[in-house]
Design a protein around this ligand. Structure first.
Ligand SMILES: Cc1ncc(COP(=O)(O)O)c(C=O)c1O
Length: 393
């Protein structure tokens, strides 16, 4: 199944610049026009009477969004909270957990740098040690990734920060197996599902991770600033990064978790309130709903990956079983990080292709990562292949 966005007219649903070949859904997502229009409508209602909206109708829309997102992810709504982004979710857990000197937190060498920075920051404040698991590249078996993580887990490990899908490599981690093994060893998992909802099937109740944070503004295509943090029922004592009214409100108004996480100061809540609309809008395009979207995007990424391997001869970072709707390749040469990679600049400026090429210092490597969403078409990856042949020779 390779029919893509251009062929089906699906790209018209987005407002992406038609002069740019946009192959980077992974970084910040992209919202369809209808979702953005819905947000504009909600904002108009809010601004017609901000007090009534925030203290009244908005509360219902907020609760509905919590319920719908929880249903979509099969999560317990009592442990579901909204945060602005996955980085905030990770920071929230790290700042709230009672971990300190003598304790260990495990990350991987593919942990998203912003989240790794958060771990290092809290390590310097709280005194816990950070253990880094090295994920072998190219990754060819689940066991290599599982063994790498477990090799860093010891008696003092309190928490492991595990990705659903890694940012620099696009590798789908064997997170279900890892959560189960770690739970068995009494180690809590903080699952970084920044690439989660709308990209891979996620069943949070079944997964049973202590904490899951994830973005809706990536693959679910909601407006930016809509993410969640889910805490398991035995972890509801965690507190938000921002302490506000909820700290002192009486519990007859609701559980402390709800009181604290549902109000962390005045914000524009409309991005979260668009979650139900985004689930329905894209989910109603195909008979198979979101499962079909995930499958279509996955097949497009696989087809694009094969094309690039065959035509350009780039080495992929992993075998096919780790591919979702993103796929990464090794670009010869040394990383330019944190400077922009010259290949990214060339592909964008000379070829009109928006695709990430990033140095990853931990691996002393450069990776190019493609993404596929409904608006993409195989022809766009053919253009990328031609451009890569031209630039890499
Ligand atoms: C694995 C991973 N974690 C966390 C993040 C951070 O997401 P946000 O910037 O929305 O907080 C990203 C962003 O790309 C990511 O890929």
């Amino acid at each position: 199944m390779t029919s893509g966005g251009l062929e089906l007219g699906l790209s018209e649903l987005w407002q992406l610049d038609p002069d740019i070949v946009f192959l980077n859904h992974g970084s910040f997502g992209a919202s369809p026009r209808a979702v953005l229009d819905h947000q504009t409508e909600l904002r108009a209602i809010m601004e017609s009477d901000p007090v009534n909206f925030i203290d009244g109708q908005g509360r219902e829309l907020w609760a509905e969004a919590i319920t719908r997102l929880s249903g979509f992810l099969n999560a317990d709504p009592n442990g579901m909270a909204f945060v602005a982004n996955a980085t905030t979710g990770v920071n929230t857990v790290l700042s709230s957990l009672d971990i300190g000197i003598g304790d260990e937190v495990v990350v991987t060498d593919t942990t998203y740098q912003a989240c790794r920075n958060a771990v290092d920051h809290h390590s310097s404040i709280k005194g816990f040690s950070v253990k880094v698991a090295n994920i072998p590249i190219p990754l060819t078996s689940k066991h290599e990734a599982i063994d790498a993580v477990l090799s860093q887990v010891g008696n003092n490990t309190k928490l492991a920060l595990i990705d659903t899908v890694s940012s620099p490599t696009g590798i789908r981690m064997p997170f279900e197996e890892l959560v189960e093994i770690l739970n068995g060893r009494g180690v809590d998992t903080l699952l970084d599902a920044a690439h989660g909802p709308g990209l891979i099937p996620l069943d949070i109740s079944r997964l049973n991770a202590a904490f899951v944070t994830g973005n809706c503004h990536k693959w679910l295509c909601t407006p930016k600033g809509s993410a969640f943090l889910h805490a398991r029922s035995d972890k509801l004592h965690i507190r938000p990064l921002v302490i506000s009214h909820g700290a002192t409100l009486p519990e007859r108004l609701g559980p402390r978790f709800r009181l604290e996480f549902d109000w962390t100061g005045t914000v524009d809540p409309t991005a979260w309130m668009c979650i139900p609309f985004a689930i329905d809008h894209l989910g109603s395009l195909f008979e198979g709903g979101w499962d079909e979207i995930i499958s279509r995007n996955h097949h497009m990424a696989l087809a694009a990956r094969s094309l690039i391997i065959d035509r350009v001869g780039l080495q992929p970072v992993c075998s096919e079983e780790f591919i979702t709707s993103m796929a990464a390749f090794i670009i010869p040469g040394s990383p330019h990080h944190p400077d922009p990679d010259p290949l990214h600049e060339l592909l964008y400026r000379a070829h009109g292709i928006q695709v990430p090429v990033q140095g990853w210092s931990n691996h002393a490597a450069r990776y190019l990562r493609i993404s596929s969403h409904l608006y993409n078409d195989l022809d766009q990856y053919r253009r990328l292949s031609e451009a890569l042949i031209h630039e890499l020779g």
